[in-house]
Design a protein around this ligand. Sequence first.
Ligand SMILES: Nc1ncnc2c1ncn2[C@@H]1O[C@H](COP(=O)(O)OP(=O)(O)O)[C@@H](O)[C@H]1O
Ligand SMILES: [Mg+2]
Length: 277
Amino acid sequence: MDQIADGGELKRARLEREAGDSHRPSGRGHNNHENSQEKGSKNRKRDEVKTITRVIELEGIQKNYRIGESEFAVLKGIDLDIEAGEFIALMGPSGSGKSTLMNIVGCLDRPSGGRFILLGQDISQTSDEELARIRREELGFIFQTFNLIGRISVLKNVEVPMMLSGVARERRRSRALELLESVGISHRSDFSPSNISGGERQRVAIARALANDPKIIIADEPTGNLDLKNSEEVMKILSSLNRDGRTIIMVTHNPEITTNCSRVIRLRDGRIMESAS
Ligand SMILES: Nc1ncnc2c1ncn2[C@@H]1O[C@H](COP(=O)(O)OP(=O)(O)O)[C@@H](O)[C@H]1O
Ligand SMILES: [Mg+2]
């Protein structure tokens, strides 16, 4: 699993430095950011985690959809701060707005109202091009339905984000292989995604999500289509990525797998109901 730790500590240090440079009043974090997140420390309770650089800040986020003449509210004022290194489980009934919220946090969609600061940057002021760059380089996406490209090989699927970022051919090839190896699936490199199992596909999708070494991983029901064994495998990988310092936000319906998470957030009818450490 070492390869997927690639640069984790360095990245983390850089992220903290960058966040320290931001002009937003933080109020917290300057005095007490050193540092209880030693590798391997298992029972990390949120209060013990002194690294409190904020990677996501949502303030009064609203999302309305228009259907014909009428507009209806899906997100009704979401306030949420997420610190670097958290592993968030987002739960809630079907239709409560989880995917809508994840799409906003993932810069796939814009809110109708409210303020969204991502990695110190006010996203409401950001151009579509810059949003695309953020999605490509700062965020990694994992979906319930894997969303791999069927007509190219597993290896090429992992190369795609690097291709879009202009990484040279040899370099992206070797990194894709390393990533596939780190999730235990390099023996499927030349396969088509349609000829491997669901569990294998999701591991490929995780490798792809890591291609550009993102700070934040957004996973919308990553185990939703997997059996128990494969779910556990995916959670093991996500936990390890989190221990390496990546922030993870994961939608799930399965309370059992939230034991891996540092905080559970519950959404109901477009509002956050409770947030438990
Ligand atoms: N593009 C859209 N246009 C109109 N309504 C939408 C759109 N996307 C989601 N919705 C509605 O918003 C609500 C929340 O959806 P979603 O965020 O997918 O919920 P969840 O992921 O919690 O199941 C649902 O009522 C859904 O029908
Ligand atoms: Mg959903």
